[in-house]
Unconditional design. Sequence first.
Lengths: 332, 335
Amino acid sequence: MSDERITIAMLGNTRAGKTTYIASMYEALQKPVSGFTVRAPATTEHDRLIESAKHIQKGSYPPPSDQRERYEFQLRHHDRVVCDFTWIDHRGGAIHERSSSSAQAAQLLRDLSGVDVIIVFCDSAALANGEDETIGLDRLCNLVARSVSLAETPKSVVLLLSKADLIYGFDAEMLDPFSGLFASIEASSKVDGAIVPVACGFTPRNVEKPIFYALKTIIGRRANAARARAKQHREREQHWKAESERRWWGPVVDWFDGLITDAQAAEYAAERAREAEREAESIASDASLLQRHLSGISLIRRKRTIADYIANLNPEAGPSSLTNSHALTEWH
Amino acid sequence: MSDFKITMLGTSQSGKTCYLHAMHYVMGGRGRQGFNVICENDDQGQAMAEAYEKMRRERIAPPKTAVRDFARYPFVFTYGYKPIMRFEWIDYRGGALEDGASAEDRRALRQHLLESAAIAICVSGEHLREELTEDAADDIAADIGIRGISQFLEEVHETNGIGPNSLFPIVLLITKADLCIHRGQQALVKDVRQLFPSLFKKAPTGWHLMVCPVMLGRNLDSGDKLTGGTIRPQYVHWPIVFAIHAQKHREKRGLVAQAASMTTARDALNSQWFLFRWMDSEDIERLGKERDEALERAAAIDHELDLLASEIGSSDIYINGKRPDEFDDEDEAAL
């Protein structure tokens, strides 16, 4: 397993459900989901999140965050640590502040440039009511574009449609404002994206899926990177084997020069290749296990339409559930 | 650091700042067809977004660029979030084009133009509501500062040595196009040709010209209060896409020329007597690799050019005064 910690940032307006989600997600993954759990090594964090989740289940939601919070977690499969990850929660108002005058806004931009995953929170009820401004849609899309374009490393973007229990279902009008975002992700080789409707509280839905998708894509990329390294090492191994056959006088000359022989270099490359292959296999197996829990989400891919995305978000009712002129209830 | 600079020319009230804000709104957030334009200075980007929101909600035009002020905006143009080009956009107080402008204003504007690799010229659609008569054309030419614009363009042409194959991009933006679009494309282009004859002259001027209508919305009142109608920007991404396309095309031509000269140098070394060829074998290999890399980069740019071309739409484009359907073999070869 790679020692690199995965970093996830939540992005969304005030009251979009970020703080509620993280407590609900943490609580939901205290019990194994196909063997996977999430643990906070720090007891104080663990206790605080569990306490918050208990209140949420009783309908008492946490107040909006007033500052940046950073959580350190581990994803485990049975007793084995799959990966360490850091979760960053920003105050919703920070997305609208200028970095030259707000330390939190400046920190937000710094965080976004370095994270592996951005989870963009959009209040489903506000979407259903056409309240683009409440969601801060343009600013969210701009921050995603900035974060991905100006960074060197690939990222994952999860569009988390929060409070999905407050609406009847999703329709084209709700997702249409995101068509520009979808087009950029679809065209990109640097970004993977998914849309996940989530509900916390009395009737939780899909709570574990955003984190499973996020971690699956990152560790999947690490598996591919390990495979690529293995391939390079195998090519080097072949090269040194060929040199060893060509330079039959090599061992003597190399001994005089104090260098390792071509055969030794080949064996060294083979050992590195085996290490990388083992790493790839282990990581790929974890990614594959996580993949099994990703039904009910919509992957953002080329040649998909808004109708295709909706069909995956409304699997029970199908795309004909288009009665979303009003949200079901108020949130608080 | 930007790859190139675009300076916008136009008198006060011609719509330069409104255009910039509308373009940033459309391209800076949700983007279009996978393309985005991101302001590298986030605070500037937020200020533009807020000014646009104010325009949309309260119908108040963005604040005019301050007197003696050139506003510089560093942008990145991306496709699929992959940066394609960085450019700097220069917006300024339109008074530098008017009679009575200070020498300092004119000097500063001249310097920006000489450093620019693309120029955008704004002509307000208010002036094109009806067919231009000769008298009206003279008055309008004075209103939109054509004399000043033409003088600046001549200086750019001469000082920067723009030649027949330069393909220097100029976008003629018909701003507030909702006021005149009812007249149809052909009628508007005819009038614009009358106002800017030197840009449409069928001669090896080196200008690569696009005529592009842009609008903030439909049926809006002109002036500082944008009452009436609906604010919904249209076609605002075309000028940027055109400028980027032109730059990429020049970049590709440079790479192809570079590859050709490497091939010539490599062939020259390869045609030597075998001993000299053996002695120069490293250079031969290096030239071959560099040539292949240049051709690979040119091929990658081809893909980007196709993407960009698919977005430009049916706006009028002219090279050395000719439309593409008027090109002969010599024109094609020069491209």
